[in-house]
Design a protein around this ligand. Sequence first.
Ligand code: IFM
Length: 441
Amino acid sequence: MTDKMNFTRADFPPGFAFGVATSAYQIEGHAQGGAGRTHWDDFAATPGNVVRAENGARACDHYTRWPEDLDLIRDAGFDIYRFSASWARVMPEGRGAVNAAGLDFYERLVDGMLARGLKPALTLYHWELPSPLADLGGWRNRDIASWFAEYTEALCRRIGDRLWSVAPVNEPWCVGWLSHFLGQHAPGLRDIRATAHAMHHVGLAHGRAIQVMRGLGMGNLGAVCNFEYALPRTDSPADHAAARLYDGIYNRLFLGAMFRGQYPADVLDGLGPHMPKGWEADMATIAQPLDWLGVNYYTCKRIAHAPGPWPAVSEHLGDLPQTQMGWEICPEGLHHFLHFAQSYANGLPIYVTENGMANPDQPGQPDGARIDYLNQHIAAARRAMAEGVRLEGYIIWSLLDNYEWSLGYEKRFGLVHVDFESLQRQPKASYHALKAALARS
Ligand code: IFM
């Protein structure tokens, strides 16, 4: 293990931007500032859903400690801060009345980034759906596209003039499949019809939000999707077919819709019968022209055919070393997806919008495993760039240890250690290594 990055800023083209990412519910402390209840509060309050039933009520208290957190980002030499706004903080009921303190908070935060020379990269939705909208069916209800457009307008009228970039929805696959088919995230459903509806409505909401922001004269609008490298578990034709379908559901569905106005045919074979009526007419709205594509990448999976109803696939682990999440470390997958993203993005800039690892870090103990992980992945990205991929930035998940959803607070992704009792921040060795690599000579 090393304590140094194996690159410096000078190894990248001028203008290549480095950043860190977080999300609202995972760090802010949702109990403060008049935010409304979210479906994650409800999900966490239901026994068995979240480790120790932990929720985002206090989290990292970024709501009050944001100046210190922005200082940490600036002091390490990062260029971009990718953050998200909480829908329920801006609109506690999800629509209608706006929470003035919520808008004030995001304005202070964005102005704080600009004052420190950071580029504010906003995500409008990183999973904390207001509970009153969940009561109406949440992502299953087609009206969510209009509710989301209303929220987008309320927030962007206030801060849209100062944002460097915006993506509507973080990781559409997680909002659709992980939350409605696998049941691992709020609202915890395991229902194919709910999944098909939610996935389609996520795309529709994305398209409507882009339209609203274009209408406000905003630019540099993109999409952030997560990708998982699907490898067949064995050489059998059945496992190859299963891996291909898994790739379709996970990796090709949203890119197909957003960049080509089409869902992949192999995924529609299974999902088609469950789609909302008249979905075809929405594809032009979903495929709004974009300015960039963001790639979130962490791991690969070994996929096997599994007897049972569609999609009849099962996920397995291979022999590669694993992170604290139990995810295999597979930088080859990032190289693959940067080329893959380029094949959809038609010459647009591509960003790695999330990459990083969870590690059982103790304060004061060097997190060499994270430095190795980042070195390997950044090397894979540089290889793709040398082969012609238009990668223009690399954003690390995450600035702080934070609320890792159904896994609670014990999976530590931060470059900065957070003591969840005292809330004290302590930069890890990876933070210092990145700071040295990013220093401008
Ligand atoms: O913590 C999450 C984040 O909210 C979305 N992308 C993956 C991260 C690690 O699981």
